[in-house]
Design a protein around this ligand. Structure first.
Ligand SMILES: NC(=O)c1ccc[n+]([C@@H]2O[C@H](COP(=O)([O-])OP(=O)(O)OC[C@H]3O[C@@H](n4cnc5c(N)ncnc54)[C@H](OP(=O)(O)O)[C@@H]3O)[C@@H](O)[C@H]2O)c1
Length: 262
């Protein structure tokens, strides 16, 4: 008899979520805590990250590990801080991201460097730096359950958003392909890499969805923006045993926007 509670449970698992202090990262942290995981969240602003961890501690074990993961040194500092708490890592969520909008003729080099570094380079190097901890989790209990890496991409990497966010769109398309490439490399080591491509979720980055949800909803086939349950549900699915066979794929969670765009 299939036990669906067990299938979707994260009981006894550890999770590290970059950009977990607010927005989509916080939604995922809430979901993982509700599913029983020990959760570590990271962001640059220490006070905000600490405050979120304090609030989420009402749901379970949640620790703040502030760090700027846009540089290799920052990523390594986060790995060292995490290593003081746990010897292995079951679930890494590469969620921290940045966007940049500017007209084609004026688009600056800094708008490429910042966005591509954080959205595409960081998921690679943070996963590389955490590989020993992920391998330790993948090999625990005789390798019965894989470790997970979940990259937070965007529907803008799947279909074309008419906004002039050139580096963002390219970085997210790159992250979706990087997800496939890394998945093939790591699957034989019992580490499953997948991605989520969110549509419109209220956040500081998506101020339109946050401040004008009703207007944004009119452009979405589901006629609403995404909720914490929508994001948490997708992330719990991929992170839990239920998602063990989803390898290198990107789960689109957008109320149908990409189908309407194409
Ligand atoms: N919201 C949407 O509709 C939507 C749609 C598609 C995809 N996404 C993707 O979802 C992810 C989260 O976006 P969001 O909307 O939740 O954005 P957000 O509200 O701006 O949150 C971004 C999070 O990342 C952290 N962060 C930013 N730069 C960082 C750095 N260099 N090092 C460490 N942490 C950093 C932020 O905290 P600090 O500022 O303190 O560092 C914050 O916790 C991004 O990858 C984004 O591209 C969002």
């Amino acid at each position: 008899m299939l036990n669906t509670t067990d299938l979707f449970s994260l009981q006894g698992r550890t999770a590290l979520i970059t950009g977990g202090s607010r927005g989509i990262g916080r939604m995922i942290a809430e979901g993982f805590l509700a599913a029983g995981a020990r959760v570590y969240i990271s962001a640059r602003k220490a006070a905000a990250c600490d405050e979120t961890a304090k609030e989420l501690s009402a749901l379970g074990h949640c620790i703040s590990l502030p760090s700027d993961v846009s540089t290799l040194d920052g990523a390594k500092a986060l790995v060292a801080a995490y290593g003081k708490h746990e010897a292995s890592l079951d679930i890494l969520v590469n969620n921290a991201g940045a966007a940049w909008g500017a007209a084609f003729d004026d688009f600056p080099e800094s708008g490429w460097d910042k966005v591509v570094d954080l959205n595409m380079k960081t998921p690679f190097f943070l996963t590389q730096a955490l590989a020993p901890a992920l391998r330790a989790a993948a090999n625990a209990h005789g390798g019965s359950s894989p470790a997970k890496v979940i990259n937070i991409a965007s529907i803008d990497g799947v279909s074309v958003n008419p906004m002039e966010t050139y580096s963002y769109a390219a970085s997210k398309a790159g992250l979706i392909h990087l997800t496939r490439r890394m998945a093939l490399r790591l699957a034989p080591e019992n580490i499953v890499v997948s991605a989520i491509a969110p549509g419109a979720f209220a956040s500081d980055m998506n101020k339109d969805a946050r401040d004008h949800a009703d207007a944004v909803a009119q452009r979405i086939p589901s006629r609403r923006i995404g909720t914490t349950e929508d994001m948490a549900g997708a992330a719990i699915f991929l992170a839990s045993r239920a998602g063990d066979y989803v390898v290198g794929s990107t789960l689109v969670v957008d109320g149908g926007v990409t189908h309407a765009r194409s």
